[in-house]
Design a protein around this ligand. Structure first.
Ligand SMILES: N[C@@H](CCC(=O)N[C@@H](CS)C(=O)NCC(=O)O)C(=O)O
Length: 310
């Protein structure tokens, strides 16, 4: 069992649930740092250089942003049991994209607007600011929930149909990232309260499959103080970068670059490009608290620019 894995997350974060289940499926031991669900995150952003989304995986002085890369990195370090079986991984990736970019958003707006009294009071304002929108009043959030309930509901039969031929897992006979991505979107329905549990009740295949995914568990975790995680980064050297496989258009290794999410939470992270391949981009940066760290991002979903370029 390994305990160099440090997950920065909070309990009701659905993307964190995706990673917690991957850690469970791979039977890993990890350290758990509880981070605030809203900005600012003064003990996290020294590690990431500005990225504020949840979760973040830390291994010493290497920092992994975004669950699509975190899952790839867990697979690279702990290949068995696999979440990327070669025969199903491509289809799984397409289904995961649909789950996170089409299925989840209406569920999120429906759930949040229906559970206002159970959420941290500053959550809605924070999420709107994260998307460049003004803080909404309560009526606006409740109207968004009403608009999005049908958009969430109309997609649930699609998930039921994916499982209706009696298969055990979404993409085929083995668990894949599609199971985790669809699961965490549906998990959000009841992550805080059971108020919307009835939405999933009519779907027996979904019900049985969610129980199978839930049975992965979360591996074994021990709490770690955020300040201690920062000290671990400061005391560690980043791992030497692997050999890069750039595309011809990519900025040269060693040049100053900026990465940021292309959808929301677009806080830029600047550093020196130290690794790039078709799936991943990594920047080295020096931080007064975290020391020298390498921050890793997935290529897809992020915007890579040479610094100072127009
Ligand atoms: N594409 C990102 C999305 C992550 C995401 O949106 N996480 C939510 C929490 S579940 C978030 O960052 N919310 C704002 C925050 O936690 O500060 C990923 O896969 O990691």
């Amino acid at each position: 069992m390994q305990r160099d894995l440090i997950l920065h997350h909070y309990d009701f974060s659905n993307y964190s649930e995706k990673v917690r289940l991957a850690l469970g499926y791979k039977r890993l031991a990890w350290h758990s740092v509880a981070i605030p669900p809203v900005a600012p995150k003064p003990e996290l952003t020294p590690l990431t250089g500005g990225y504020r989304r949840t979760p973040v995986l830390q291994v010493g002085a290497d920092i992994y942003c975004d669950t699509s890369l975190i899952l790839r990195e867990l697979e690279r370090r702990y290949p068995a049991p696999t979440l990327f079986p070669p025969a199903y991984a491509a289809v799984a990736e397409a289904i995961a994209w649909w789950a996170e970019n089409r299925l989840f958003r209406p569920i999120s707006l429906y759930v949040s607007g229906s559970n206002l009294e159970h959420l941290p009071p500053d959550l809605q304002a924070d999420r709107s600011l994260m998307r460049g929108l003004p803080p909404p009043d309560e009526a606006t959030v409740r109207r968004a929930a009403r608009r999005n309930a049908p958009l969430a509901r109309t997609q649930l039969p699609t998930v039921e149909a994916m499982l209706a031929d009696g298969r055990t897992w979404i993409a085929g006979p083995m668990p894949t990232i599609a199971d985790l991505a669809v699961y965490h979107a549906l998990w959000f329905f009841t992550a805080r309260t059971d108020l919307l549990a009835a939405e999933l009740a009519p779907f027996p295949c979904i019900h049985a499959w969610m129980a199978r995914v839930r049975a992965f568990g979360h591996g074994s975790s021990e709490p770690l103080a955020a300040a201690q995680a920062l000290r671990i980064a400061a005391d560690a050297e980043p791992e030497p970068p692997r050999a890069s496989m750039p595309f011809p258009e990519d900025p040269p290794l060693g040049s100053p670059v900026r990465m940021r999410a292309d959808d929301y939470g677009r806080d830029p992270v600047e550093g020196t490009l130290v690794f790039i391949d078709p799936h991943e981009v990594a920047l080295r940066r020096d931080d007064s608290q975290a020391g020298t760290v390498v921050v890793h991002f997935p290529r897809l979903g992020y915007d890579l620019r040479p610094l100072n370029a127009r």
